[in-house]
Design a protein around this ligand. Structure first.
Ligand code: ADP
Ligand code: ZN
Length: 608
């Protein structure tokens, strides 16, 4: 973009010069008045003229009062002929200095050719710049091997500091050391300490890994090179490796600095897995990264930060000493962190004073920093759409649901029958969830379509949870299947509305057995080595480490878990039928029910 503007400016500049030259030629550079032949004759008769220069068809006149004039005469008619034709007395003419210039000089040629030449010149210049543009694109194709790293210079205005990051105290503490290495390397060299080359940031998407890396660069006041692992992997083999070389060359030139490789798992996967060309390419790229990191001269002060949310798939070679031997975990924010993050982002928004960010934090368990930033932004957008001057709590609450499940789709009109089915389905989820002791309390039920879902039941945990018990999972299975069960119990058949519930329930049941070891029959072990392979897009490939017989047992166990969950849901829906119908009635009338209204119908939740 900047290039385009530059070209445009050059173009305008040349244009102005050409126009200037042209007008200089045609005007002779002086300000002259253009007058008619009669005026000239009158002036000669009145003896007002001091000198006349005839050149071609142009008569330039110097008046005695210092003014200048130009007269255009007929081609071929000489000055003496004019004098004769107008019968000007000879003694008047002899008093004037008359000079006749031949017009075969360059001025003549310029004056007659330039008007034709200039359009061609302009077109030529234009084509030249067009060609340059095209060549630029071409040469970009030729520069495949150059890294596409985005560089943030150390005094850019979007500089980030640690104070812009809420929570993540331990991570900040660890990274302060890195800042110290970058700022005062000598202190460490003098003691013979080896400065770490690589730091791996581990954390779920949106937990602020990129932000953290930028803050390190900001605090140390060094440039920051940002590249994503997926950018290394291109169609052409060898490109990744040469990009790595280029990136490290640039970084060494700018030492001290930080290289940040996002999604390093895209190239740093354990070698030896995967198929086809993309695999070779990854391996070459990874090798090049390792070579570069090993090859740092002792006093080059470049620190590589890399981010991933899949440390389990990383090649062990990456984690060896001298490479990414330091690992910093960035956790999902807990309640206090969430409140802090909201505060950081609320600084830039106009909120009503009454908004309790604590309450918003309580409502958003499992949200990452990026989600929370998004909630505040969506809230501001919703408030602006309602022409409010400030963001209110209700806007933020609505934003939470929007971020969780996509925008409301009020325009999707359900027929009365569809609405009734959806109401029973959602009421089924809600009532079953309410009467099971280990599930999260129901916060809101709605039959307004949102994102992909036809309706939704919102449950929120009362506290942040890091561990889940088997009873929780088993009850969760019941809740997932309750929509389906409620439809079947009420209408005798089911609709497609429960499809995604069923898929999630089946997946959960499988994980209970194969990942969590929660099946009493199959025992406490895992089944299958899951591996993500990038081959023609993304797919999960499972390597079986068990026999056909066990596979059958797993299938049977999945069936059993699901059957039991369905039975439990059925039992609750049958015994609490009246309350279910009551909830459905309110849903049909109002489309949404909030927690306190729901509890008026079903009573307070009894937790285990
Ligand atoms: P990641 O790289 O881990 O996917 P990012 O660093 O891109 O996450 O975070 C995305 C955005 O989320 C940041 O730009 C910031 O606005 C917000 N964010 C995430 N974590 C925090 C935090 N701890 N404090 C403040 N903002 C945060
Ligand atoms: Zn459902």
């Amino acid at each position: 973009m900047r290039n385009l503007i530059k070209n445009f400016l050059i173009f305008v500049f040349i244009f102005i010069i050409i126009i200037g030259l042209f007008s200089a030629f045609s005007q002779g550079g002086e300000k002259s008045e253009i007058v008619g032949l009669e005026t000239l004759v009158n002036q000669i008769n009145n003896e007002e003229i001091s000198a006349i220069i005839v050149s071609g068809d142009k008569i330039s006149v110097d008046l005695k009062n210092g003014k200048k004039e130009i007269i255009q005469k007929e081609t071929g008619e000489s000055f003496s002929e004019i004098v004769k034709n107008f019968s000007i007395p000879a003694e008047k003419v002899t008093k004037i200095k008359v000079e006749v210039k031949s017009e075969s000089g360059w001025e003549f040629w310029a004056a007659s050719i330039l008007p034709f030449l200039i359009p061609f010149l302009l077109i030529g210049v234009f084509i030249y710049f067009m060609m340059r543009g095209v060549q630029g694109a071409n040469s970009k194709a030729m520069m495949f091997g150059q890294s596409q790293a985005k560089e943030f210079s150390k005094d850019g205005k979007d500089k980030v500091a640690f104070k812009d990051i809420a929570g993540a105290k331990e991570a900040k503490e660890e990274l302060k050391e890195v800042v110290d290495f970058l700022k005062h390397p000598k202190k460490f060299y003098d003691l013979g300490a080896r400065i770490p080359r690589g730091v791996l940031l581990l954390g779920a998407p949106g937990t602020g890994k990129t932000l953290m890396a930028r803050a390190v660069a900001g605090e140390a006041n060094v440039p920051f090179f940002h590249i994503s692992g997926s950018e290394f992997v291109e169609m052409f083999v060898g490109v990744g490796a040469s990009r790595v070389r280029d990136l490290f060359r640039k970084a060494k030139k700018n030492s001290p600095c930080i290289i940040f490789i996002d999604e390093i798992d895209a190239v740093g996967r354990r070698r030896g897995a995967g198929l086809g060309g993309s695999h070779d390419e990854r391996e070459q790229t990874l090798n090049q990264i390792l070579v570069e990191m090993d090859g740092f001269e002792p006093h080059v002060n470049v620190i590589v930060l890399a981010a991933t949310n899949r440390p389990d798939v990383l090649d062990p070679a990456l984690l060896r000493p001298g490479r990414f031997d330091r690992q910093v975990v960035i956790d999902m924010p807990d309640l206090n962190d969430r409140e802090e993050i909201l505060k950081v982002h609320a600084r830039k928004k106009t909120l009503v004073k009454e908004v309790s960010l604590r309450k918003i934090a309580e409502r958003t368990p499992g949200f990452s920093g990026a989600d929370l930033a998004n909630v505040l932004n969506e809230g501001a957008i919703l408030a602006a759409r309602k022409n409010k001057k400030m963001v209110e709590t209700e806007d933020l609450l609505e934003a939470i649901e929007k971020v969780m499940m996509g925008p409301e789709r009020k325009s999707r009109i359900l027929s009365d029958k569809e609405k009734e089915i959806t109401a029973y389905h959602e009421a089924g989820h809600a009532v079953v969830a309410h009467f099971l002791p280990h599930t999260d309390p129901v916060q809101k039920i709605s039959v307004i379509a949102r994102g992909q879902a036809g309706g939704y039941t919102l449950k929120l945990p009362t506290e942040d949870k890091h561990m889940h018990s088997k009873s929780e999972f088993v009850e969760e299975l019941s809740v997932l299947l309750a929509g389906h069960v409620a439809e079947k119990e009420t209408f005798g058949e089911v609709t497609t509305g429960a499809t995604s519930d069923l898929r999630r329930a089946t997946n959960l049941a499988r994980r209970l057995i194969t990942d969590f070891g929660m099946s009493d029959i199959l025992g406490p072990r895992t089944f299958g080595e899951k591996e993500e392979m990038i081959f023609l897009g993304r797919e999960i490939h499972e390597q079986r480490d068990y026999s056909e017989k066990v596979a059958e047992q797993i299938d049977k166990e999945i069936d059993r878990f699901i059957e039991e969950a369905v039975e439990q849901a059925k039992k609750i829906i049958k015994t609490e039928k009246e309350k279910l119908v009551e909830v459905v009635k309110v849903l049909l009338a109002k489309e949404t029910i909030e927690k306190n209204e729901f509890e008026k119908i079903v009573g307070k939740k009894v937790l285990a």
